[in-house]
Every structure is written in C-alpha cells, then in structure tokens.
Design a binder for this molecule. Structure first.
Ligand SMILES: NC(=O)c1ccc[n+]([C@@H]2O[C@H](COP(=O)([O-])OP(=O)(O)OC[C@H]3O[C@@H](n4cnc5c(N)ncnc54)[C@H](O)[C@@H]3O)[C@@H](O)[C@H]2O)c1
Length: 436
C-alpha cells in the first residue's frame, strides 16, 4: 500500500503531466498551421472562464463574444483583449450565420442550452455546452439525435470526465478492486444564498430581456430570477440538482457503471432552509432504481442527497460520491480526492485530486480536429441530466415515478409525464424543432 505522501506526490505529478499535455497539443496544432475559430455564447462567470481558457490556446481564434447583456459581452471581450479581438454581439443567430465560426461554447442559463446547441449544430458548428446539457429530458434527446445526425462534436461541461485521478480510479473499480458496485450515493451539501422575495421591475438598460427569455414563456423582468438566480426557477433552471448536483450524479452513474436510464425514481424534497422565491427544493433525497434484468446481483441503485443550506462538509467533501461494493467502499470528491476501503473498513488507498477543467476544455478542441468522441459526449450528458430532471419531477409531484428507459416517458402519471418536456413561447424562432 502506498503512503498518503506517496499518493499526494503521484497525483501532483499526474496533474502536472496532464497540464503539460494540454499545452503541447495546442502548440503543436498551431505550429502546424491548424486553428479552430470559436465564439462564446453566454458571457457570465462560466462563459468568461471558458472564454479565457480557449483564448489562451495558440491554435484557437475567438471571433465573437455573444450576450444579450451588453455590459457582460464588453467585459468578456476586455478580459481577453491581450490575446484576441472578438466582436461583441447580442443575438446568437449572427454568430451562427458566420461560416468562419467552427465551434461555439454555450454557457447560458439552462433554458437556452438545448435551443442554442440545436441551432448551432444545424448551422454546422461544434458545441461545448455547459451542464446540465438540457432544461428537460425531451430537449436532451433532441440534442443526442442532432449530434448523431450532424456528426458534430458536442462536449458537455462535466469536467470530471477528463480528470486523470477519477478516470484512473474508475478503471480500478471496473477491474473489481472493491467487488461489484451495487449502490452509489452522490451528495451536494453546501450553503447557497437566500434570493429574497421580490416584485417585477424594469429591466436594466443595455440588457435585451426578450432575447434572454428566448423560447421560454414571457414573464416580467424580476431581479432575483436574472443572472445566476434563474437556477432556482422552473422556467429557466434545474435547481441545485442540475447545478452542482449534476456533476456528482454524473460521477456516481459513471462509477456505478450504468449507461442506461433508471426505471423507478422516488424522491422527497422541498424548501426546508430558505423562506424566499426559489421554486426548486433546497433539501432533496432521491433514490433511482436500475433493475437491469432484475436478478439479484444485477440490480443497482443510485442515491442523491442535497442540502443547500448547510455550511459544512460531509465525509470531508461538500459535494462528493460514495461507491458501495461487495468488497469495499470508495469515497471520492472531484475537488478533494479519494479514500478506498477494503473489507473490515481497512484503508487501501488514498489520494488528493482536483477536477481538471483545462484538460476537459482541451479535449473538446482535440476532438474537433480528430473527430473522436469527446470525454463527456452528449449521450452521457443526457443520461446524467435526466437524473436531475427525474429527481426534480418526483419531488415536484410528490410521487414515485415509473420511467420507461427506452421511450423516455413517465408511465401512468399524466402530470409528471408532461414535465418530461416543457411549454415554449409560441412561435419563437429558437423553439426546438424535431429535425433541427
Ligand atoms: N462546468 C462547471 O463547473 C460550471 C460552473 C459554473 C456554471 N456552469 C454552467 O454554466 C452556465 C452559465 O452559468 P453562469 O453562472 O455563468 O450563469 P449567468 O447567469 O451568470 O450567465 C449566463 C449568461 O448567459 C447570457 N445569455 C442569456 N441568454 C443568452 C443568449 N440567447 N445568447 C447569449 N447569451 C445569453 C446571460 O445574459 C448571462 O450573461 C450554467 O448552465 C451553469 O450551470 C458550469
């Protein structure tokens, strides 16, 4: 068994090696005259973080930064002005009209993820779309089909998929280091902010609110459902299950080794922590049942726990996963590391580690060149986003859901079944079309 110190040293070496690879690949492509022209759609905190990473790559040219909030687009352009000179623009259609643009990032609110991705794919662009890939299950399916049809690269922003220490540990799980993994538990335990109770007001100048609403039904501007706070509203976000939760749900599903949908979902949740306008639960417990062929030893279960009013960690991690095998247990936090226990709770291995966002972003550009499937391809993104959507639907209806994994339909519950999709603003140009 390696000592903790040896593991820490090994992880540091592995991280440095991954980082070096990121640069080498970009420099080699640039030296050989290859470039990818990109545009950033959505310039909030995450859009700007993506933009800065791509702008730093010698083989990437940033042609546009696009946001209905003029001040945000200008700030994003300013953030990369030493290396790139993108045009600022508010309407994403003008970006997609430009044949020089080969790839876009989509870091908008969730309700725009699928509409923007579908339009971009139809315009022949590759897409790096933030997580959760969709606002609802139906949109995720349309994205999978559009990626297959257009043969373009779609990478989802679940960076753990490109993180060396997680990939290496899950290869060991597959080799049976702790036996058969029967149950995985993901948790999201952290302190979020109260968004208060507000009334509609005037939208600020320089902000194209109609464009921000896009294909969602029009509602009046209200300050606590705009930038970032849209996460907590049904029409625009997916709650914290689809915010931080989807990272852990994705890791849990990956470690559990299931690449299908669950067939039964039970959840209890609600607002226990915040007296404010948030619509999604701040407290949520969900169990997903993967029956496989139903035989003992073939069934698997995934559990998701969420408390977003809790200013403390659990098992040393705010957000993390536990994997329960027939011969041991793994506790793994994407931004902490892992501890692996064998029979008798004996510590077998431990290491620190951090999600490698840079490697994930570089993986996208490398796949644009190579045509290979990216590490977080859209089918995986859709399978994991579906878990957050099903958890939210079960909590919202207060009923156990029977889900048909092949048809992606909720069976025997008309109210829940309607939440597999959404209502759109009638006639809006960005409403997803089945063949777009
Ligand atoms: N991968 C990660 O670890 C990670 C981390 C943070 C956020 N995210 C995801 O990134 C996304 C953005 O998060 P954020 O915190 O930056 O949100 P935000 O609300 O601060 O920023 C979103 C931006 O998109 C813009 N926008 C809205 N409609 C648009 C349109 N039609 N065209 C172009 N821009 C449009 C908004 O004006 C805003 O500036 C979310 O989906 C979030 O879940 C991922």
């Amino acid at each position: 068994m390696n000592t903790r110190r040896e593991f820490l040293e090994q992880s540091t070496v592995a991280l440095a090696a991954a980082s070096a690879m990121v640069h080498t690949s970009s420099e080699v492509q640039a030296a050989e005259g290859r470039t990818v022209t990109m545009a950033a759609i959505g310039c909030g905190g995450q859009g700007t973080s993506l933009l800065k990473t791509f702008a730093d790559m010698p083989d990437v040219k940033i042609a546009y930064v696009c946001d209905p909030d003029e001040a945000r687009a200008a700030k994003a352009a300013d953030a990369v002005k030493d290396k790139q000179s993108p045009k600022t623009i508010s309407d994403l259609r003008r970006v997609l009209d430009d044949p020089a643009v080969e790839a876009v990032t989509v870091a908008t609110p969730d309700h725009w993820h699928a509409p923007a991705t579908l339009l971009a794919l139809a315009a022949g662009k590759h897409v790096y779309v933030e997580k959760p890939c969709s606002h609802n299950i139906r949109e995720g399916r349309l994205m999978v089909e559009a990626a297959e049809r257009t043969k373009k690269i779609v990478q989802v922003g679940t960076q753990s998929r490109s993180t060396p220490f997680i990939r290496e540990m899950f290869a060991k799980l597959r080799d049976g280091i702790i036996g058969e993994i029967v149950v995985a538990k993901a948790w999201n335990s952290q302190r979020r902010k109260d968004i208060g109770h507000l009334q509609p007001s005037e939208a600020p100048g320089g902000f194209d609110y109609d464009l921000w609403i896009g294909p969602a039904p029009m509602v009046p501007f209200q300050a606590n459902r705009q930038h970032y706070n849209w996460h907590w509203w049904y029409d625009f976000g997916t709650g914290d299950a689809g915010n931080d939760g989807v990272h852990e749900l994705d890791i849990a599903r990956w470690g559990l080794g299931v690449d299908v949908h669950p067939s039964r979902v039970a959840a209890v949740g609600g607002k226990y922590g915040f007296d404010d306008d948030q619509q999604f639960p701040d407290t949520l417990y969900t169990a997903f049942d993967y029956p496989s062929d139903g035989a003992v030893g073939h069934k698997k279960q995934l559990i998701f726990e969420m408390r977003i009013w809790s200013p403390y960690k659990q098992e040393g991690h705010d957000n993390a996963c536990a994997f329960y095998g027939t011969n041991g247990m793994l506790i793994l936090g994407k931004n902490g590391g892992y501890k692996l226990y064998g029979p008798g709770s004996k510590l077998i291995e431990e290491a620190s580690g951090k999600a490698d966002t840079q490697a994930h972003r570089r993986n996208f550009v490398d796949c644009v060149y190579s045509g290979q499937k990216p590490n977080a391809d859209i089918l995986n993104g859709h399978l994991s986003a579906t878990l957050c959507h099903l958890a939210n639907i079960a909590a919202r209806t207060g009923r156990t859901l029977q889900f048909d994994p092949a048809k992606e339909e909720i069976v025997g519950d008309a109210e829940a079944a309607a939440l597999v999709g959404r209502t759109y603003r009638e006639g809006h140009w960005a409403v997803p079309k089945v063949s777009s």
